[in-house]
Design a protein around this ligand. Structure first.
Ligand SMILES: [Ca+2]
Ligand SMILES: [Ca+2]
Ligand SMILES: [Ca+2]
Length: 133
């Protein structure tokens, strides 16, 4: 999705998981994050993932990191979810106005500021940062 208003973080080119020995975590990236819509945030914000069609997101989570203190402030567990057939999965707010959302989440409105969003994968032993914006 593309918006002319508000702030969007664009396509992630770096995939930190390459070379880290986990093929699954290397097959999905954060494609787009819309975190600051005009006015109050909530009904239009979203996070879009791009990955291998049909792949399971068991073990994956999205984590918001507050840049001012360097600490996690919110997590969305993606277990039980899959990448859609077109390779794109749209995660939107539970009260979204957007059509076509694939997963609704109560905490998808990321902070507005010098912050970050990570896509993490837990393989049962350790946590891998699969991608980040
Ligand atoms: Ca926001
Ligand atoms: Ca706003
Ligand atoms: Ca912040």
């Amino acid at each position: 999705m593309k918006f002319k208003l508000g702030r969007v973080l664009g396509v992630a080119l770096a995939v930190a998981a390459f070379g880290m020995g986990n093929a699954n975590a290397a097959n999905v990236v954060i494609q787009e994050v819309y975190y600051d819509q005009p006015g109050a945030d909530g009904t239009e914000v979203f996070t879009e993932l791009f990955g291998s069609p049909g792949m399971s997101l068991d073990g994956f989570s999205l984590v918001g990191i507050n840049g001012s203190v360097g600490e996690d402030y919110g997590t969305i567990d993606l277990s039980g979810f899959t990448i859609q057939a077109d390779g794109i999965s749209l995660i939107a707010d539970i009260n979204t106005n957007l059509t076509g959302a694939d997963l609704l989440a109560a905490s998808i409105d990321w902070q507005n500021g010098v912050d970050a969003v990570q896509l993490r994968f837990f393989d049962g032993n350790s946590v891998i940062v699969a991608d980040a914006l």
